[in-house]
Design a protein around this ligand. Structure first.
Ligand SMILES: [Zn+2]
Ligand SMILES: [Zn+2]
Length: 137
């Protein structure tokens, strides 16, 4: 069945879908996100793992221990290297974090907060959203 939301990597090898509309959508400025994405921050959102399906291809998982001490798997396309989603999050059991750039259509999905703003690079400006120096509790 066609999923409401679909996404894929840069080369199209790995494709995924989910039906729920995300609620937790964050800009994250933490060092882990900067390193993993290679950019100044990452925008991602949470989807229940049982709503998230890889529909084509085989992402490769890199197990990683974040600054928080919690383990997670960063999933990327082994062909083009595009980062797609994070799974097996010890800190958020049962959830998958999807990077917004991998969506086919991100209309209507916008960040609701910014976190780890203590790591924000000095030339970036805060959005008009709740700001959290660390992880929101
Ligand atoms: Zn790819
Ligand atoms: Zn982060």
């Amino acid at each position: 069945m066609e999923k409401k939301h679909t996404g894929q990597c840069a080369c199209g090898n790995v494709q995924f879908g989910f039906d729920g509309d995300p609620d937790f959508i964050a800009d994250c400025y933490c060092k882990d996100c900067q390193k993993a994405g290679g950019g100044a921050m990452a925008t991602f959102f949470a989807i229940p793992a049982d709503d998230f399906t890889v529909t084509s291809g085989k992402p490769r998982a890199f197990h990683y221990t974040a600054n928080s001490g919690n383990g997670l798997d960063r999933n990327f396309c082994p062909e083009c290297g595009a980062r797609l989603f994070t799974s097996n999050l010890e800190g958020f059991p049962g959830m998958v974090f999807v990077t917004i750039g991998s969506l086919d259509n991100a209309a209507g999905i916008a960040p609701k907060l910014e976190m780890f703003t203590s790591r924000r690079l000095p030339w970036l400006h805060a959005l008009d959203l709740p700001q959290f120096p660390q992880m929101p509790s």
